[in-house]
Write a protein that binds this ligand. Structure first.
Ligand code: MBD
Ligand code: FE
Length: 281
């Protein structure tokens, strides 16, 4: 397709870098002691690897060239979200009692159109893929419904592409902010996403090929579920039977996050149910 032939690592990478700069720049206010501690640990970890593995000048220079290229490709968001974010998320969500979260990844865009439940996500007239009715309920940790909770959802299309990061897709394709009803229930009509492959033509793809790894994430829905007075959950949901559930390149699958879609009674695609319990803020 058009989308497939034109999508490049450099284009989606620079978009992700740009987005990160717009949305995630925070004055962290990290003190000098903390900066010194963390920077020393990371530098020491690299030096330990060099000494223990007797890294050569050729290898050191290949590493330096690769780091330079990651920046040129705009792939720092991709690299960090694939290989580091899962640990940050683990630390950030340790205290939670409610539903499990997982990593956000590089392709979230705030401000997707608000749609009352039941909703159909923005999609093309002949959007490819198995129709999916994704539904459930948002409650607090005591099981009480949260009326009007926001279920933000974004996912790849049937070819594995995200709107606003691959060319040729409508701006908000397969992205929406669905507002749960008075009983905290949501119903979202969409299509099942395809498994996602890390771009093979950029520096992350180059690393994956050079290391003999694979580039796949299992198919997934991304979500941010929120309500006033509650902690926002950033999560992803996967599909039972996906061949990459056991070896996600981004280490972001948890057993609690696997949907078991069933064929719909009317024969039109699948449906899957998932309830979210939000911790108090
Ligand atoms: C994705 O779609 C994604 O969710 C993550 C975490 C990394 C790369 C692509
Ligand atoms: Fe994703």
């Amino acid at each position: 397709t058009q989308t497939q032939t034109q999508a490049t690592a450099a284009a989606s990478g620079s978009r992700a870098t740009e987005r990160f700069r717009e949305n995630k720049q925070s004055a962290a206010g990290t003190g000098t002691e903390r900066v010194a501690l963390l920077a020393s640990r990371v530098i020491k970890a690299i030096n330990d690897a060099v000494l223990e593995e007797k890294v050569s000048y050729d290898e050191y220079n290949a590493f330096k060239a690769w780091l330079i290229k990651v920046g040129e490709d705009g792939e720092w968001p991709l690299f960090l979200d694939v290989w580091v974010e899962h640990s940050v998320e683990q630390v950030a969500s340790e205290h939670r009692q409610g539903s499990k979260g997982t990593i956000e990844g590089p392709y979230y865009v705030p401000g997707a159109p608000a749609l009352p439940s039941p909703a159909t996500l923005p999609m093309r007239e002949r959007e490819q893929g198995t129709p999916l009715l994704f539904q459930g309920r948002v409650t607090n940790v005591d099981g009480e419904p949260i009326a009007g909770a926001q279920v933000e959802i974004w996912h790849a299309d049937d070819a594995g592409f995200y709107s606003q990061y691959a060319p040729g897709l409508p701006e908000w394709n397969l992205r929406g902010t669905v507002i749960a009803d008075a009983d905290g229930r949501y119903r979202i009509h969409t299509v099942q996403p395809a498994p996602y492959q890390i771009p093979t033509d950029g520096s992350c793809g180059q690393l994956i090929a050079a290391a003999g790894w694979h580039a796949w994430r299992p198919a997934h829905l991304h979500l941010k579920v929120s309500a006033p007075g509650h902690e926002l959950i950033t999560t992803q949901l996967y599909f039972a039977g996906d061949s990459h559930i056991g070896d996600d390149i981004a280490s972001a699958v948890k057993p609690e996050l696997i949907l078991a879609p069933v064929p719909r009674a009317d024969g039109r695609g699948h449906e899957a149910t998932y309830d979210f319990a939000l911790d108090p803020a």
